[in-house]
Write a protein of this length. Structure first.
Length: 260
């Protein structure tokens, strides 16, 4: 998973690159919004892209609709910014307002061909992953409303569902599953999100995945069964741990389902 360790540490700047001015939902979660700075479209774009970026900044949805179909949404601007990443910058101050026009603009850009998985910034972060790891699900929902594939592989290998394998990110996981994400989609090691959530000891996520069709009988590319991974976590959990009863309940669930 390309970005998980960096994002989990809250070091979003390390992902995007120190020269990039963009702030993101994960970063705003850990900083005071009073410190948030929006950068003008002139810093990044010119020509028709600048005209569209100004409409994005102004929250002019009708103008965005008119301009987006005639503008190259993929071409990066200065500092490797994209129009979609700029639209996300504009949505940050209203990140808790799901109905805000700036989220509608994000949806419209995706609908018109902007790619949430497209790298931007100095170190090639992408909007899809950052939305999955944000502190509200609103950006992710906006991307999905615009037609983003819920089974998108954010780094070319790892399904986006894996990025939501934290108990605190259950709203994002729910959004993906509600948009028909495949809970049994595998990464290059042929592992599913169940492996990821179990190794991270995110038991609410494990319960949710199992309740929504995750297959506990799977094996990875090396023949390692999911049940073995869960069993290892159970054995490594000391008696008296508050996690023990959760793991035992999940293990019992597998046994009842006939998974050895």
């Amino acid at each position: 998973m390309k970005y998980s360790k960096v994002i989990a540490a809250g070091a979003v700047v390390a992902v995007i690159g120190l020269s990039s001015p963009f702030w993101w939902p994960t970063q705003a979660q850990e900083t005071k919004m009073a410190d948030f700075k929006r950068y003008p479209p002139e810093d990044f774009f010119s020509g028709s892209q600048l005209e569209l970026a100004r409409a994005i900044r102004d929250g002019n949805l009708e103008q965005v609709k008119s301009l987006a179909t005639h503008t190259d949404l993929a071409a990066p601007g200065n500092k490797k910014a994209t129009l979609l990443s700029f639209a996300v910058q504009e949505a940050i101050p209203v990140k808790t307002d799901a109905t805000n026009v700036h989220f509608q603009i994000v949806s419209e850009l995706v609908r018109d061909g902007a790619k949430p998985e497209q790298p931007f910034g100095e170190n090639g972060a992408n909007v899809a992953y950052l939305a999955a790891r944000a502190d509200t699900p609103n950006l992710l929902k906006a991307l999905l409303a615009g037609g983003m594939n819920p089974d998108l592989r954010y780094d070319g290998d790892t399904p986006l569902l894996f990025a939501t394998c934290k108990d605190t990110l259950l709203p994002q996981m729910r959004a993906l599953v509600e948009h028909k994400a495949n809970v049994n989609l595998r990464d290059s090691m042929k592992e599913t999100a169940l492996y990821e959530a179990t190794r991270l000891r995110q038991w609410d996520v494990v319960d949710y995945l199992l309740a929504h069709g995750a297959d506990p009988s799977v094996k990875n590319d090396n023949g390692l069964a999911y049940s073995k991974v869960l069993g290892d976590e159970l054995q490594q959990t000391p008696k008296g741990s508050p996690q023990l009863s959760r793991i035992e309940a999940i293990h019992k669930r597998l046994v009842t389902a006939g998974v050895q």
